[in-house]
Structures are given as structure tokens and as C-alpha cells.
Design a protein around this ligand. Structure first.
Ligand code: DWN
Ligand code: ZN
Length: 398
């Protein structure tokens, strides 16, 4: 029986995507014989209600070196991190010599913005190579102690799109206990289960996303390690996330937003097995509709390309059996993905410049979370008669 990674109680499985590859393991055309597959399935802890993957990928295979994701590739995400930095500067980094730490800083947009305002900052990640100062390690008690010794306590420890992918959260909280100033906060943002269910955004489920947080589960998680969930805020980015603010127990009174979202989750039955099983039936429905649409369009002689070789699309393409026969190529701005094939589904990745006149008749928007930005940028595609295919929150053509 699979057990909860936090409290060791049994996991109640509610959906099985079966054999799936690593979502960011873009493969060389001659390397398809060596791909790694695992059983992608999700369940909920019968005790703490934390929704999580049933099986983990071996740590040495998770998070490839040279992993090609760059948040600065999206102007919306760059703005999001700049605004988050400014918010911290106004509300949390107000002392005489504040210090902010980011776990998994990616392009370093947030820390760079803090640095420009004269704020001491540090990224903590095992393979960091950005423009900001990096402590190369996983965040745990040992790395936190080393940082404390050189830089002193942190007023803010921040992390975006990382905590949900850390299978063992105990070392993270042990590190926070070492490094956080007595009034410091740990702020992290990750995809929200409520939004995933509401939009049937099942492509958020892939190897790197180990946990699918709810306010209920994060509150229990924080309390388990001697902290308190002090605030929650819904964010529109990446298809719907929550920003959680965690403080040392007794240091902050939770804002009304925490109780409000907890009540909403209860009312929606977000962590009832019946709700999760209904989500599973909707996933099957989307697969049926999307595959039928793509087959019909191809049978009618239409050309189709995909847009955005996202990690998320690994689940869509492999679960729905969408390969190069249906969608001959996917365009993406990330140079490291060009000339490679999408994991498992083997759709060739081409540069974004390939998406130009003569356009395909239809474009399957794998990067649906950036729809507004991409549709604005690619206005000429629609003007030339092209149509976008979306599958979130349901299969539709625009
Ligand atoms: O959580 C995670 C998120 C933040 O990033 C990670 N586990 C992995 C990764 O997930 P993803 O690949 O699903 O993220 P995105 O942001 O949806 O990926 C967008 C992809 O689309 C990138 O490969 C870049 C590309 N893109 C593009 O070609 N043109 C993106 C934009 C905005 C564009 O205009
Ligand atoms: Zn649990």
C-alpha cells in the first residue's frame, strides 16, 4: 500500500494515467529506446487529505540537469515575480537590513528585483546558474545553518513552483526552523487542487508535481512542523495557484482569507473521494472529445501543429495517445528543446519562428496557461484564419 509522504497514513488512489515518461525528458531522435516510464497515479491521504502522486520517480532521474524551463520566457511571469518582490519590499522586508532567500530561483527575477532595491538576497538550489548569488545545495537544516552563519536569519524565504515537487518536506521545514527570523515568513506558491478540479486541468499532474496542495492540507502540514498557515492568496498565474504564507507558531494570527478558503473547500467537498472520482470521469471525457476532434480534423484534411512544449503536455499527449501522426510538430521558444522529441509521444519540437505564414489550420495550445499572452503575440495566426484548440476547462476551438 502506498503511504502519505508527510504523515505515513494510507493513500486512497483516485486516478491512474498508467505508463508515463518524465515530463521534461525531451529526447534526441535517436534516443527513444532509453526512455524512462513510471506509473503516474494520484491519491489522497486518508488522514491529512494531502493529494499526491502514488509513485515517485527515483531522485537521480527527477529534475534533469540542463532542464530547459525559463520563467523569464513569459512576460506575464516576469511581471508576476517583479510585483511579488515589490510586495515583499513593502510588507515584509521593512527592517534595517532585510534578507530574502529563494528556494529554486529559476531565472532569478524576484531576487534581482530585490537586489535592485538594495536588499540582501540569496538563491538556494542544487544546480543554480542564474544571475543572482546562489548557495548550491538542497534547502535543509544543514544548508540553512550554513546560510545563517554567513548571512544571518532570513526575513522571507520564498519559493515558486518548487515546494510541490519536493517529495520529502521534512528537511525543508527543518531548514526553515533554522533560518527564519522569529518574525520571518515562508511564502510559497504552487498549483491549487481547487483550480485543477474546477478546470479539469489534469495536465498539471506529472512526475514533477508530487503534491497538489489545498488550504486544508497546507494548514495541517505547517502545524505538523511547528508553524502556522498565516495567509492564503489565490493567484491567476499558471492556470490558478495559491500563495501560502507560513510563520512560526504563535507569531502571526491567520488572516480571514484562511478561514474563508477552508470553508469554501469544505463546501465544495474538495477532498471528498466522490469529488476526486468525479474529476477522474471528467478526465476520461476530455480525452475522448479531444482525440475525436483531432482525428476528425485530420480526416477532413486540416493541418494541425501544437504550441508550447510544456511539461504539462506530456500528460495530455501520452494519456490521449497524441503523437506526430496527429500533430506533426510543436513550436516552442526554448532553444534546448529544439530538434528533440516530446517525451513518450515523440512529437518533434521546432523553434517558435516556424509558427508563421503559411500557418497550420489549427494549433493545439499546450501552453494554455499562457493563452492570453500567446494569443496576443500570435494575433496574425487568427487573422490568417487559424484556430486555437484548447482542452481546459473543456475541449473547444477559438
Ligand atoms: O511547475 C513548473 C512550471 C512553472 O514550469 C515546472 N514543474 C515545469 C514547467 O512546466 P511547464 O513546462 O508546463 O510550464 P509552462 O510555463 O507552461 O511552459 C511554457 C512552455 O511554452 C515553455 O516551453 C516555453 C513555451 N512558450 C512559448 O513557446 N511561447 C511560452 C510562452 C509564454 C510563449 O510565448
Ligand atoms: Zn497524510
Amino acid at each position: 500500500m502506498s503511504r502519505c509522504r508527510v504523515c505515513q497514513h494510507a493513500l486512497l488512489e483516485f486516478f491512474d494515467f498508467e505508463r508515463q515518461p518524465l515530463s521534461s525528458a525531451f529526447v534526441a531522435p535517436d534516443g527513444t529506446d532509453d526512455e524512462f516510464f513510471f506509473r503516474l497515479a494520484v491519491g489522497m491521504c486518508e488522514s491529512c487529505a494531502l493529494v499526491q502522486l502514488i509513485e515517485s520517480v527515483p531522485p537521480e532521474l527527477a529534475h534533469h540537469e540542463g532542464y530547459p524551463y525559463h520563467s523569464a520566457g513569459s512576460s506575464v511571469m516576469t511581471k508576476h515575480f517583479e510585483e511579488t518582490a515589490r510586495r515583499f519590499i513593502e510588507t515584509e522586508l521593512t527592517g534595517p537590513d532585510p534578507f530574502v532567500v529563494e528556494i529554486g530561483a529559476n531565472d532569478g527575477v524576484l531576487l534581482h528585483t530585490c537586489g535592485e532595491a538594495g536588499i540582501r538576497h540569496l538563491a538556494v538550489e542544487p544546480s543554480g546558474a542564474g544571475t543572482v548569488r546562489v548557495h548550491r545545495a538542497f534547502f535543509d537544516a544543514a544548508s540553512a545553518a550554513a546560510i545563517l552563519a554567513t548571512d544571518g536569519p532570513a526575513d522571507v524565504v520564498y519559493s515558486a513552483n518548487t515546494i510541490c515537487s519536493v517529495p520529502d518536506l521534512r528537511p525543508v521545514f527543518e531548514g526553515l526552523d533554522v533560518l527564519l527570523a522569529s518574525d520571518g515568513v515562508f511564502v510559497f506558491e504552487d498549483p491549487y487542487l481547487g483550480e485543477i478540479l474546477e478546470r479539469t486541468a489534469f495536465d498539471q499532474i506529472y512526475d514533477e508535481h508530487v503534491f497538489f496542495f489545498t488550504v486544508r492540507a497546507v494548514q495541517a502540514l505547517a502545524e505538523r512542523f511547528g508553524f502556522v498557515l498565516a495567509d492564503v492568496e489565490r493567484l491567476p498565474v499558471h492556470g490558478g495557484q495559491i500563495r501560502y504564507t507560513v510563520a512560526r507558531a504563535g507569531r502571526r494570527t491567520p488572516t480571514p482569507a484562511v478561514a474563508e478558503l477552508l470553508a469554501e473547500e469544505r463546501e465544495l467537498g474538495l477532498t471528498d473521494m466522490a469529488t476526486l472520482e468525479a474529476f477522474g470521469r471528467k478526465i476520461q471525457g476530455i480525452r475522448t472529445e479531444l482525440v475525436a476532434l483531432l482525428h476528425r480534423l485530420r480526416a477532413e484534411g486540416h493541418t494541425i501543429a501544437a504550441y508550447g512544449a510544456t511539461a504539462k503536455s506530456s500528460t495530455i499527449a501520452n494519456y490521449c495517445g497524441i503523437g506526430p501522426d496527429l500533430v506533426p510538430y510543436v513550436c516552442d521558444t526554448t532553444p534546448a528543446k529544439h530538434g528533440r522529441l516530446t517525451p513518450g509521444s515523440h512529437i518533434p519540437v521546432r523553434p517558435a519562428a516556424v509558427f508563421a505564414d503559411p500557418y497550420p489550420d489549427y494549433a493545439l495550445l499546450f501552453a494554455w496557461n499562457h493563452a492570453e499572452e500567446i494569443m496576443a503575440k500570435e494575433r496574425a495566426f487568427r487573422e490568417a484564419g487559424g484556430r486555437w484548440i484548447l482542452y481546459v476547462p473543456h475541449v473547444h476551438v477559438v
